[in-house]
Design a protein around this ligand. Sequence first.
Ligand SMILES: *Cc1c(COP(=O)(O)O)cnc(C)c1O
Length: 383
Amino acid sequence: MSIYLDYSATTPVDPKVFEAMIPYFKEKFANPSSIHTLGRIVREDVDKARATVAKSIGAEPHEIIFTASGTSSDNMAIRSIAEKFAHRGKHIITSVIEHKAVLQTCKYLEKHGYEVTYLPVDKDGLVSVEDFRNAIRKDTILVSIMLVNNEIGTLQPIKEISAIARKNQIIVHTDAVQAMGKMKIDVGELGVDLLTFSGHKICAPKGIGVLYVDENLKDDMVPLIFGGSQEFGLRAGTENVANIIGLAKACEIVMEDVEKEAAYVKGLRDLFENRILTEIPQTYVNGSREKRVCSVTNIAFKFIEAEALMIYAEEICCSTGSACTSESVDASHVLYAIGVDPVDLHGSIRFSFGRFNTEEEVNRAVEMIKTSVEKLRAMSPLV
Ligand SMILES: *Cc1c(COP(=O)(O)O)cnc(C)c1O
């Protein structure tokens, strides 16, 4: 029986979410844009879902745009603002440890006349607010910094960054994909103009994302996909109704339980981490152990190839690098940026915990890892 410790890559759909979605594959299949009774019923359900999603991050329903994924939301936020505000300037600030959805969008814009500053991070994975302040130029239009990093879990000082950005009339986007469901999120408190999150990281299905757009900015958004007038004319295409309903249910669960769940998940993460660090010699945690989300630990095992360990402890599902880059032989850009010893880059593994994990699983995983590390080190010429 496998032990799933890869919640940062994706999560299982919560049975309550699945249950809520079923009618939309069956009797409630109508197109919400249809004006017949069935269509109108589904439209009302989508509206209710939008209100629930909005409430879960302290937003208004008309500030929520449903997209196809976290990646689509990141693309839309950055490209839309870049296009609309090009007359004011073509400079964007981001960080070196963003998700590829942000980094690759920035790379694309660089090929089209924009300039991007990639802020460095310290050994904890933190962006410096001072560095941000110093990077601001007259032509800076947008800053995009993630709330929580997906590989090491670092929490960035978004509130402070927003405050400075506001004074300089710079629009703020944050990728909150890894923060949603693990901490309370309030867009007003954060002071951001745009915020991304994704369904499949919070026990809703894959293929649904959210872009929050502050109402003052809404008229400045330009669509990237053209067609019908769905999603306020900003994202054409018939709504993925079942996924929208599922996402709303997941957000409802988050609203009810986020603090309790975060404490539970943190308990499991800490138990795992403490046992590994004390029972397996020559291991350490990559990044900050304090300024970090509750669910992730990224551990370096010295003298070990992470892939080999994953083969030995094959019952454990976890990630080397990040899932999105694990097919490439390149080491993680995040671990590289925080200055992990190059030798240890290939011995680092991300374990991420969630709602359905148990203490028994955690303890079983530790035992398996212990045995596997011992075997591998016994064979290694490096030890
Ligand atoms: C998973 C993830 C994304 C991408 O979301 P998808 O819905 O898989 O496209 C973006 N940013 C971060 C930080 C993520 O962890």
